[in-house]
Ligand binder design. Structure first.
Ligand code: PLP
Length: 406
């Protein structure tokens, strides 16, 4: 099937929206992506036709929701090529998925004096949960650095690993640098010492086809809202051997086998980690997003976005004084930059008033800002519904903003 950008854009009515009297151009897809009509309709269908609490009732609506909810588990399993559906856990998002692993894994496996390794380019969501755990367990964090091009220095990993290393957590794609990291190398080095690896896929799943079996990661996490699905839903894939050995994260309904005041036994995976009423409407919306992406084809999405990002970098490079952050040989659809000494926030504000949405600031990755000794960057993050025409208009606007602020 041809990649039909006109047809695709029609699926996203919000792209027609005018703000400040002009059509709004949205380049903040790494923060959250727009949702196609197919997702909106799936969500509406639940509220207008089913709305039963899954797994809990003998009645028609509950059964219908259960069927649709569990079908999404199969879809996610296929989407990331997980070995089994039981290894897919629904959460609120990447942040909750990482917190779940940090808490439950550490309860079982991290003790005083142990070590956790993360990278210098992690989002706060893949730093702070580990810091909290390490504080509680009196363990320490070690950091894989990146070089000034934004390349993860995997060659430093062997010297960071010790007998005490219990887990390594790294991102597949940096939300600031746009670097696509060689996580297979990280995993191979870690597995030589039987150390599990968590991969943060929050900026990867929407851009790159994922195969967790090929990657051989132990945990893989992502958010639905960055994958053109609803907010409030995310996934955790974990190898059964780890999930079975980890205690529950949250307690409540559905995660139990038997409850009495003399003691409680827990359900099997995935339910052991899904306490309470799940965000079933959002999960079903996520299923619609995955169907939608599959109908376009991930190869096509990847190639279109890569080409678009190359074009954007080439056009942006015509701006005098621009400095890019993240210039490795494998870059994604995220482009971070500053121009001369103009504060990113000022650029973002002016661009907004000209109807362009970009993200400015530290992007929840303050260690990356510390590395470059900058307060923040402007970040353009593209989706497959963006176009070259939008980029042309953006670069023209940015040139005006730079002239005004210089
Ligand atoms: N990890 C990365 C790399 C991210 O870019 C983000 C969000 O931007 C997160 C984690 C956190 O995702 P969420 O806020 O959806 O939980």
């Amino acid at each position: 099937m041809k990649f039909d950008i006109k047809a695709i854009r029609k699926d996203f009515p919000i792209l027609e929206r005018e703000v400040y009297g002009k059509r709004y151009i949205y380049f903040d897809n790494a923060a959250t992506a727009f949702k196609p009509l197919q997702v909106l309709k799936a969500v509406e269908k639940i509220y207008t036709q089913f709305n039963g609490n899954p797994h809990r009732g003998a009645h028609y609506m509950s059964n219908q929701t259960t069927v649709e909810f569990e079908a999404v588990r199969d879809k996610v399993q296929q989407f990331i090529n997980a070995p089994s559906r039981e290894e897919i856990i629904f959460t609120k998002g990447t942040t909750e998925s990482i917190n779940l692993v940090a808490y439950s894994f550490s309860e079982a496996f991290i003790h005083e004096g142990d070590e956790v390794i993360v990278s210098e380019m992690e989002h706060h969501a893949n730093i702070v949960p580990w810091q909290i755990v390490c504080e509680r367990k009196k363990a320490t964090i070690k950091v894989i650095p990146f070089d000034d091009s934004g390349r993860l220095m995997v060659e430093k990993l062997p010297e960071l690993i010790s007998e005490k290393t219990k887990i390594i957590a790294v991102t597949l794609v940096s939300n600031v640098l746009g670097a696509i990291n060689p996580v297979e190398e990280v995993i191979a080095i870690a597995h030589e010492k039987n150390i599990p690896v968590l991969i943060d896929g929050a900026q990867a799943v929407q851009h790159i086809a994922i195969d967790v079996q090929k990657m051989d990661c132990d945990f893989f996490v992502f958010s639905g809202h960055k994958l053109y699905g609803p907010t409030g839903v995310g996934c955790l894939y974990g190898k059964r051997q780890w999930l079975d050995a980890m205690p529950p994260f949250l307690g409540g309904g559905e995660m139990i086998e038997k409850v009495s005041f003399s003691g409680t036994t827990f359900n099997v995976i995935p339910y052991k980690f899904e306490a309470g009423t799940p965000n079933f409407t959002e999960v079903i919306g996520l299923g619609a997003a995955i169907d939608y992406l599959n109908s376009i084809g991930f190869d096509k999405i990847f190639h279109y976005e890569q080409e678009l990002a190359d074009y954007a970098r080439m056009k942006l490079d015509t701006i005098d004084g621009i400095r890019f952050f993240g210039q490795t040989s494998h870059q994604s659809n995220v482009i971070s930059f500053i121009v001369n000494s103009i504060h990113p926030y000022d650029m973002g504000m002016f661009l907004d008033k000209m109807s362009f949405a970009v993200r400015t600031g530290h992007h929840c990755a303050e260690p990356v800002m510390d590395h470059f000794k900058i307060p923040g960057t402007v970040r353009v993050s593209l989706a497959f519904y963006n176009t070259r025409d939008e980029i042309d208009r953006f670069v023209d606007a940015l040139k005006k903003v730079v002239a005004m602020l210089s």
